[in-house]
Design a protein around this ligand. Structure first.
Ligand code: ADP
Ligand code: NA
Length: 330
C-alpha cells in the first residue's frame, strides 16, 4: 500500500526554533514521518512577505533545516527541502491566484492581524496572497494530511476550496487535503507572558526557550519563569497560566499525565518543580542542539543534502504543475 502524502513547513523567521515549534510541530512530524510520505519544507518564500535581511535569511533557512534534522526528521525517510529551490511553488501560486476571489482572500484573519502590525503601506501584496502560496505548497504534492497550528486552519480551508473549485472548473487535478489541528494541550505560552503564545519571532527573548540557546541560558529562563504566589503545582489555565504552561511542557516532553506530575510535586515548592523541569528540558535539548551545531559546521554538506531533497520534491511538484498547465490551456 502506498503511504498517504503529508505536507508541513515552518518559516525561517529566526536563528533558532523554540520549544513550541518542537512540541507543537517537530515531535509530531517525527512520529508521522513513519506513517506518511512526508514533505517537510523550510518556507523561505513565505518569509520574504515581511521585511527581511537577505544574508540573515539564507542563514536562518539553513539553521531551520538543521534543526528539523537534529530534532529527528530523517532526510532519507522524509523529503526535507527549501521551498525556493522548487520553483513550482511560485508557479502554481500564480495559477491558483486566478481562481481565488479577492473577497475570499480578504477574509483571511491572519492578514488582517499582520497588516495591522506592519501598517497598511508596509504590508505587501505578497503578505495578502500568502495563503494562496500556502495552498500551492500543499496541492503541489497532492497532500492528504496537513498538520498545522489552529492559526493556519483558515488557510487550509481556503486550500480545500481552491482545490475543489479548480477540480470542478478544469477537471480532477488536486487531492483535497485535511488539516490536522494540534490539540490545544500542545500549545506552549511565553514563560514571561504565559497568556501569549510562545513565538520564535517574539520581540522579547526572555520568555522564549530556543532550541539552540546555550543550556545555561535555557536553565536560567526556566528558573525565572513567571508563576504565581500560591505555591501549589496544579494545572489551572485560567488562574495559574504560568504553572499550567510549565506543566504542559513537562507532560509533553516526558509523555506523562499532568496529574501524575502534580502528584510528584505535591507539597513541594516551585523551585523544586522548576529544577525538575529544567532537567527534563536540558536532557531533551542537549542532543538536539549538539546535532544541529554539528550540521551547521559543514554548510556545504547540508546544502548538498537539501539540494538532493529538493530534486526529489521537484519531481513530484513538476508532475502536478505540468498537469495544471495542461488543464488551464497554457
Ligand atoms: P512561530 O510563532 O514560532 O514563528 P510558526 O508560526 O512559524 O511559529 O509555526 C511553526 C509551527 O510551530 C506550526 O506548526 C505552529 O503551530 C507550531 N507552533 C508555533 N508556536 C507554537 C507554540 N507556542 N505552541 C505550540 N505550537 C507552536
Ligand atoms: Na511566526
Amino acid at each position: 500500500m502506498t503511504k498517504a502524502r503529508l505536507f508541513s513547513g515552518m518559516q525561517p523567521s529566526a536563528d533558532s526554533l523554540q520549544i513550541g515549534n518542537y512540541i507543537g510541530a517537530l515531535m509530531q512530524w517525527r512520529t508521522m514521518q513513519d506513517t506518511y510520505d512526508a514533505f517537510f519544507t523550510v518556507v523561505d518564500l513565505h518569509a520574504i512577505t515581511v521585511p527581511q535581511d537577505p544574508k540573515e535569511l539564507r542563514e536562518k533557512t539553513r539553521r531551520t533545516a538543521a534543526q528539523y534534522i537534529a530534532a529527528g526528521i530523517e532526510p532519507a525517510k522524509s523529503t526535507l527541502y527549501v521551498q525556493s529551490q522548487v520553483p513550482a511553488h511560485a508557479e502554481l501560486a500564480w495559477i491558483l491566484s486566478t481562481v481565488t476571489g479577492f473577497g475570499e482572500a480578504s477574509r483571511m484573519t491572519q492578514f488582517k492581524d499582520k497588516s495591522q502590525r506592519y501598517g497598511a503601506d508596509k504590508a505587501s501584496v505578497a503578505l495578502f496572497t500568502y495563503p494562496v502560496l500556502m495552498a500551492a505548497d500543499i496541492l503541489l504534492y497532492q497532500a492528504k494530511v496537513v498538520p498545522v497550528g489552529d492559526d493556519q486552519k483558515q488557510h487550509v480551508e481556503l486550500t480545500r476550496n481552491l482545490a475543489e473549485r479548480f477540480n470542478a472548473r478544469f477537471g480532477q487535478t488536486f487531492t483535497i487535503p485535511d488539516p490536522v489541528i494540534q490539540k490545544d494541550t500542545a500549545r506552549i505560552y511565553d514563560l514571561q507572558e504565559p497568556t501569549s503564545k510562545m513565538s520564535k519571532s517574539a520581540e522579547s527573548q526572555a520568555g522564549v526557550l530556543y532550541l539552540l540557546d546555550d543550556i545555561n541560558v535555557t536553565a536560567k529562563k526556566i528558573m525565572r519563569a513567571v508563576t504565581d504566589s500560591d505555591g501549589i503545582v496544579r494545572y489551572d489555565r485560567e488562574n495559574k497560566p504560568g504553572v499550567s504552561n510549565l506543566l504542559t511542557i513537562y507532560a509533553a516532553l516526558t509523555g506523562r499525565q499532568i496529574g501524575a506530575i502534580e502528584d510528584e510535586y505535591a507539597g513541594r515548592g516551585y523551585g523544586d518543580f522548576k529544577k525538575g523541569l529544567r532537567d527534563v528540558i536540558v536532557a531533551e535539548f542537549e542532543p538536539v542542539r549538539a546535532r544541529a551545531l554539528e550540521l551547521l559546521e559543514d554548510p556545504a554538506e547540508l546544502d548538498r543534502l537539501l539540494g538532493a531533497n529538493a530534486a526529489r520534491a521537484s519531481e513530484v511538484a513538476e508532475k502536478t504543475l505540468a498537469q495544471v498547465y495542461e488543464r488551464v490551456g497554457l
